[in-house]
Design a protein around this ligand. Structure first.
Ligand code: NAI
Length: 476
C-alpha cells in the first residue's frame, strides 16, 4: 500500500482515540449499521481532502464499511493529527509491519509543495486511474482536477504563476505543468468523477461560482448548507474549538480581555458566544446589516476594526473573505495582541504584508505560535501562521458535532454515487427529510425526548407526522 504519514508507530494511540470517538459519533455508527448489508458504496473510489483528524478517521472507516475504496489527504498543512493518520493507514485489522487500512498522504506541518504533492497522490490509484467520487473541504481537490482539465482543453498550455497568491498558485501551476500531458489525465479524471460532496462555506462558494461560470464539470452536493452541518459544526463546533485553540496556543486568561470577532455568520456567532462565555468583552465587525443587527441584538458592540484595533487583546477572523486584518492594522495593535483566523483560508490576515514590514522580526514560540516584533519593540502573537487556528493550534471540533457533519457527508456520497442520473451538473443540498434524519440520530445520546405530533396537529400545521417539519425556506 502506498501512503505517507509522519510516524506509523503512533497508530496504537490513534486507534484508542478512534474507539473513544466512535462512541461520540452516533450518526456515523448508525449509518454503518443501516448500510452494512446493502454496501451502497461498493465500487466507489473516493478521494477525500479533509482535515486528517480522529473524527475524520471515523468518517473514513465508515465509508470503507459501506464498501468504498478510499484515498485521503488533509485540506490544510497544519490540521493533520499524526496519530489519526497512522491509525487509518494501519487500519483496525492491520499492524505497523503490515498496514491494511487506507492510503493517507498527510502529516502535521506540510510545506505547500508537500500539500499539493499529497493531493496529487491521493488522486491517483495504483492502477493509474483516478477517483470516481471526491469528498472535499474547501475545494482544493476539486480545483486541481478542474484546472488540469481546463489546461488540457486549452491544448496543454499551463500559464506561468500569476493571480493573488503567487507562491501557492505557482506551486499548483508547477504541478500541473508536470502532469498535464497528451494522456489527458485530468480530463479523464474529471470525466470519471460522478460528483463531489463539499464540506465548508468557502468550498461551496467556489462551487457555485464555477457552476454560474459554466465551468463545473461534475455535480456537487453542498453538505455545508445542511442545517445539521452549518448550524451545528460552524456554530457549536467553533464555540468549542476557538477557545481550545487560544488556550493551547497561549493559555492567556480570556476573562476581562477585549476580543474582536470579524464576521457574524455561523462561525462568528459561535466564536463570539464562546469568548463572551469566558468573560471577554466581545466586539463584532460585519459588512452585512442583517448579521450586524443580529450581533447588536445579541448584546455585542458592533463597530469597524479601525475603531478598536488599538484597544483589543484578541482578534479572530471568521469571514471567509480576504484582507480582513491588514499589515497596517497589525502595526496599530497593542503589545502581545493575539491575532488569529478560524476561516478556511489564510488570506483573512495579510501575513505576506506583515512579513514585508521593514525591520519586522518573526520568532517561533512553539510550532504554530509566533511573535512578530516591530522595529519599535512592540510585538504581536500570530496563531497558526494565519491559518485556521482551531485545527492548527488545537484539534478542531469535537466528535459529537462532527458526527452531524460527517453523517451528512456519508449520506451525500451515497446519494451522488447511487443516484447519479438524478443529479445533472449543478450544486444541490440534501433534502430536508435527510437533514432531520441526521439530527434524529443524535438525540438519544443527549437524552432528548421528542414530542410526537398528533395526526390532527400535523394536519393543522400542514406537515406529515413523520416530517419534514419545516418548509425549505425556513431558516432555523
Ligand atoms: P458565513 O457566510 O455564515 O459568515 C461569514 C460572515 O462574514 C458573513 O456574515 C459576512 O457578512 C461576514 N463578512 C464578510 N466580509 C466581511 C468583512 N470584510 N468584515 C466583516 N465581516 C465580513 O460563513 P461561515 O459559515 O460562518 O464560515 C466562515 C468561514 O469559516 C468560511 O471560510 C468557512 O469555510 C470557515 N469554517 C471554518 C471552520 C473551522 O473549523 N475552522 C468550520 C466551519 C466553517
Amino acid at each position: 500500500m502506498d501512503f505517507k504519514v509522519a510516524d506509523l508507530s503512533l497508530a496504537d494511540f490513534g486507534r484508542k482515540e478512534i474507539r473513544l470517538a466512535e462512541h461520540e459519533m452516533p450518526g456515523l455508527m448508525a449509518t454503518r449499521k443501516e448500510f452494512a448489508a446493502s454496501q451502497p458504496l461498493r465500487g466507489a473510489k473516493i478521494m477525500g481532502s479533509l482535515h486528517m483528524t480522529i473524527q475524520t478517521a471515523v468518517l473514513i472507516e465508515t465509508l470503507v464499511a459501506l464498501g468504498a475504496d478510499v484515498r485521503w489527504v488533509s485540506c490544510n498543512i497544519f490540521s493533520t493529527q499524526d496519530h489519526a493518520a497512522a491509525a487509518v493507514v494501519v487500519g483496525p485489522e492491520g499492524t505497523v509491519e503490515e498496514p491494511k487500512g487506507v492510503p493517507v498522504f498527510a502529516w502535521k506541518g506540510e510545506t505547500l509543495e508537500e500539500y499539493w504533492w499529497c493531493t496529487d497522490q491521493a488522486l491517483q490509484w495504483p492502477d493509474g486511474t483516478g477517483p470516481n467520487m471526491i469528498l472535499d473541504d474547501g475545494g482544493d481537490a476539486t480545483l486541481l482536477v478542474h484546472k488540469g482539465a481546463e489546461f488540457e482543453k486549452a491544448g496543454g498550455v499551463v500559464p506561468t504563476a500569476s493571480e493573488d497568491d503567487p507562491e501557492e498558485w505557482g506551486i499548483i501551476l508547477d504541478l500541473l505543468r508536470r502532469t498535464v500531458n497528451d494522456d489527458r489525465r485530468w480530463t479523464k479524471t474529471a470525466e470519471a468523477i460522478k460528483g463531489v460532496t463539499e464540506e465548508t462555506t468557502t468550498g461551496v462558494h467556489r462551487l457555485y461560482e464555477m457552476f454560474n461560470n459554466r465551468q463545473l464539470l461534475f455535480p456537487a452536493i453542498n453538505v455545508n448548507d445542511s442545517v445539521t452541518k452549518s448550524k451545528f459544526d460552524n456554530k457549536y463546533g467553533c464555540r468549542h474549538s476557538v477557545i481550545d485553540g487560544l488556550n493551547r496556543a497561549t493559555d492567556v486568561l480570556i476573562g476581562g480581555k477585549v476580543a474582536v470577532v470579524a464576521g457574524y455568520g455561523d462561525v462568528g456567532k459561535g466564536c463570539a458566544d464562546a469568548l463572551r462565555g469566558q468573560g471577554a468583552r466581545v466586539i463584532v465587525t460585519e459588512i452585512d446589516p442583517i448579521c450586524a443587527l443580529q450581533a447588536a441584538m445579541d448584546g455585542f458592540q458592533v463597530t469597524t476594526l479601525e475603531e478598536v484595533v488599538g484597544i483589543a487583546d484578541i482578534f479572530v477572523t471568521t469571514t471567509g473573505n480576504f484582507s480582513i486584518i491588514t499589515a497596517d492594522h497589525m502595526a496599530q495593535m497593542k503589545h502581545n495582541a493575539i491575532v488569529s483566523n478560524i476561516g478556511h483560508f489564510d488570506n483573512e490576515i495579510d501575513m505576506a504584508g506583515l512579513a514585508r514590514i521593514p525591520g519586522i522580526e518573526k520568532e517561533e514560540v512553539k510550532p504554530q505560535v509566533h511573535t512578530w516584533r516591530f522595529p519599535d519593540g512592540k510585538q504581536i502573537i500570530v496563531l497558526a501562521e494565519g491559518r485556521l487556528m482551531n485545527l492548527g493550534c488545537a484539534t478542531g471540533h469535537p466528535s459529537f458535532v462532527m458526527s452531524n457533519s460527517f453523517t451528512n457527508q456519508v449520506i451525500a456520497q451515497i446519494e451522488l454515487f447511487t443516484k447519479t442520473d438524478d443529479y445533472p451538473i449543478g450544486v444541490y443540498v440534501l433534502p430536508k427529510h435527510l437533514d432531520e434524519k441526521v439530527a434524529r440520530l443524535h438525540l438519544d445520546a443527549l437524552g432528548v425526548k421528542l414530542t410526537v405530533l398528533s395526526k390532527k396537529q400535523a394536519e393543522y400545521i400542514g406537515v406529515d407526522v413523520e416530517g419534514p417539519y419545516k418548509p425549505d425556506h425556513y431558516r432555523y
